[in-house]
Ligand binder design. Sequence first.
Ligand code: ATP
Length: 516
Amino acid sequence: MASQEEVFKKMVSHCKEYGFVFPSSEIYDGLGAVYDYGQNGVELKNNIKRYWWEAMTRLHENIVGIDAAIFMHPTTWKASGHVDAFNDPLIDNKDSKKRYRADVLIEDLLAKYDEKIEKEVSKASKKFGDSFDEQKFRETNPRVLEHQAKRDEIHARFKKAMNDNDLAELKQIIVDYEIVDPISGTKNWTDVRQFNLMFSTEMGSTADGSMKIYLRPETAQGIFVNYLNVQKTGRMKLPFGIAQIGKAFRNEIVARQFVFRMREFEQMEMQFFIKPGTELDWFAKWKETRLRWHKALGLGDEKYRFHDHDKLAHYANAATDIEFEMPFGFKEVEGIHSRTNFDLSQHAKYSGKKIEYFDPETNSSYTPYVIETSIGVDRMFLSIMCAAYKEEVLENGESRVVLSLPPALAPVKACVMPLVKKDGLPEKAREIMADLKFDYNVQYDEKDSIGKRYRRQDAIGTPFCVTVDHDTLTDGCVTLRDRDTMEQERIKIADLSSRIEEKVSFKALLRKVAND
Ligand code: ATP
């Protein structure tokens, strides 16, 4: 069986071969960690965005959307703390000349200890079968205890070093636990330095006096600076939220794992403004709501977990990540943060404007607290692709690659195919398509054998193929083939639309999220 790593590599080539993701400006050999979405990728990405947008703004009466500019007044980033503190600790290996994030090297080491423990547990579980007492094993097995003790020791030092911003200690951890460069295999490390992740550029001509501005590293600040505009013009009452989808830019030190870590990416962020003191309740509620949104896609409930932050930003009083099991481990897809009143207070301070909420219930004004949910579109795209990509061996010995995409998100919902290119079948197929296209993205395909055409649609995750044959002209029926089961059934043309709708419906998907 292919290793997870091999499957991941194949999935990445599949994304290129089938028009999902291309390296940016590929004819010039690409640009590091920048990618373009192709004809199928953009459809999937748009569907992800639609799913998020509608879940936020339609299912919650008190959440509205905005679309703020990428360029913002430079003081925004002074106020938000990004100019002074949006840094990653970087370290170079002198032999490979490769650059790494020091925190990531240590996190990878911690993950290795977790793996060792899980291996022991699964080995013992196999050995003892039904009589296995996992909890007792974890509490008493000497090897597990040894790994756990080591992990706890590293973790405690790491947490403290991150919280104290102690770069020398980060380096010392790397030295003490003999972390080697995965490429050169050596321990020849430089010191750890801070590196600011914001891209900057100039606005205006130099004659006019130009201004250094930044490409936004997150969309959230566009929401904070518009808090008063939206609250006043929308007559919003607390609690209420503002949602936004848009590009963000970070000069990531180590860009890897395909679209997992990009220098230009897209975020879907929602800031939920609340009364101070209610933040921990809202934090818990948003954790649950967001996890439900993820799980409703049916990629597998066991693929998600929460990971609470060790290092809280100085303004945050709770933070967690929703992690998804990618082929390279559980990784953050979404962050949920309780940001107190930090951002609004900072903007009030730097702008000199009063940014508050008048609470008619208490007859007083205060600066609202904020719960933020922040998810990367591209990471969501990647998690869906990883879960959907499958290589299957069929009963007849042939194999197929199929993308089991959640049907509502699939780029193409159905492909209409005439069995042969004559006898009026193409015309009939076109007629069916002309009707379906008002509801869904449908394709028409008459080239090659039906089997080949099925494979092409499987490879881009199309839930249905509709075949028009000679009988169709007399009985008004077509063959509907299901992507996942590959079963075929004869159905009336008049029933096609409702049968497709049953499976690909956004409404049904949103209903699953809505039960709160
Ligand atoms: P990481 O620890 O992986 O760098 P982060 O904690 O800095 O991520 P946030 O600032 O919380 O990320 O951003 C919110 C979301 O934006 C992340 O959960 C992720 O989905 C997405 N995101 C952040 N950085 C990138 C990136 N470089 N490429 C793609 N998506 C990103």
